[in-house]
Unconditional design. Structure first.
Length: 68
């Protein structure tokens, strides 16, 4: 699945408000653009995505039935 298909899926399933899925989209877009960015820029973007993911914390607590 490429980033366009993933974005379409997120829209079709009303998942655009789920930040953990938006992280997946950002990772997919970064993967697709890897050959067009410098290694330093790639590492910086990846670190930013990682930081955002870590800031989500334990988002699943109390929502296990919904998300798993």
């Amino acid at each position: 699945m490429d980033s366009k298909e993933l974005a379409y899926y997120l829209e079709a399933t009303d998942s655009i408000s789920k930040p953990w899925l938006l992280v997946q989209l950002r990772l997919k877009k970064l993967e697709e653009s890897r050959s067009m960015v410098s290694p330093e820029e790639y590492a910086s973007i990846l670190a930013d995505i990682h930081e955002d993911l870590m800031n989500l914390g334990e988002w699943w607590q109390g929502r296990e039935e919904e998300v798993f």
